[in-house]
Design a protein around this ligand. Structure first.
Ligand code: 8YV
Length: 321
């Protein structure tokens, strides 16, 4: 048997996944989950044939230039906007990702944020914990109805479809907008409308579209001004799809009522204006964070690597155009 391919893993991964990879690769891994500087990463990738990253690792030209032997990048995420695909293509580097295994957990999280934000769960809990609950009042923490309301979903891929299917139980009218008409719109019970119409008609808007230059600030000042003042906005997609500063201003001015956010521009740094905006529920990019989903993601990222070096098709390969 020839030398085993050299693999760098940038984050702590589950023991069962590490064990599987260990049988196939010569591994340098960050099981201590230390903060690696950009320079640390460049130094560690220099002699590697394969790279296992997550969505917060930037795979750009500088990194690829520092890794002349690299043949494959496998990301433990469905999103791949952190990877320079054109640069990978130019160097003949294959890219793998992890669709499907996280669809249902992420759709559940969209609903978690939607319900928590619409019904002011975080805000009222903070108030209660602060010892401010002295008496009950009819008009305390009035939120927005979900049952028989109108849900607008922007992005009707796998996760958007899973969000739409869940709306049946709430007897909602589901509108969606997307780059193109979704073939499954009848099956998921969603009606296609132009984005501006969706923003104007929806009581709740959920963003589930991939980030790219074309989707940067899909929701900004203008779009927020089209929404109802009682509306809820949920972003479980990617930071940068929403203009966070514009959103904080809209919440503070009462131009929309609530927002549930799992992703941010420049995360893990947060726009401080979001922290004291009313009606926001904030979570730290945990959309796919259930054990089965995260183990599934790590295992699929590992399977992509193993298949690549065995000369088989990767179970989830990103098309490089
Ligand atoms: C990941 C995600 O947990 O899959 C994605 O694209 O955003 C999340 O599911 C996160 O990005 C870590 O890689």
């Amino acid at each position: 048997m020839g030398a085993r391919p050299k693999l760098l893993i940038t984050r702590r991964i589950f023991p069962e996944v590490l064990e599987r990879l260990d049988a196939n690769f010569d591994i340098v891994s960050n099981q201590a989950d230390d903060e690696w500087s950009a320079a640390d990463l460049l130094a560690r990738v220099a002699d590697r044939d394969a790279l296992f990253v997550v969505a917060s690792d930037r795979v750009d030209r500088a990194l690829l230039d520092a890794a002349p032997k690299l043949r494959v990048v496998s990301t433990g995420s469905v999103g791949y906007n952190h990877i320079d695909l054109a640069a990978c293509k130019a160097r003949g580097i294959a890219v793998g990702n992890t669709p499907e295994v996280l669809t249902e957990a992420t759709a559940d999280m969209a609903w978690t944020l939607l319900m928590a934000a619409a019904r002011r769960v975080s805000e009222s809990e903070r108030w209660l914990r602060d010892g401010q609950w002295k008496r009950w009042a009819f008009d305390q923490f009035l939120g927005a109805d979900l049952f028989r309301s109108t849900l607008g979903i922007i992005g009707m891929g796998r996760i958007g479809s899973a969000v739409a299917r869940r709306a049946r139980g709430f007897e909602m009218t589901v509108l969606y907008s997307n780059r193109s008409r979704a073939a499954n719109e009848a099956e998921v019970g969603a009606q296609y409308v132009e984005r501006d119409e969706l923003l104007a008609r929806a009581d709740h808007v959920v963003l589930v579209l991939p980030y790219s230059q074309a989707t940067h600030h899909t929701i900004g000042e203008r779009e927020l001004s089209l929404m109802k003042p009682t509306a809820t906005l949920v972003n479980i997609a990617r930071g940068g799809i929403v203009d966070d500063a514009a959103l904080a201003r809209a919440l503070k001015a009462g131009r929309i009522a609530a927002a549930g956010l799992d992703v941010y521009e420049n995360e893990p740094a947060l726009n401080p204006e979001l922290l004291d905006a009313p009606g926001v529920v904030l979570t730290p990019h945990i959309g796919s964070a259930t054990r089965s989903s995260r183990v599934g993601m790590a295992m699929l990222a590992a399977d992509n690597l193993i298949a690549f070096f065995e000369g088989r098709p990767m179970p989830a390969q990103v098309p490089l155009g």
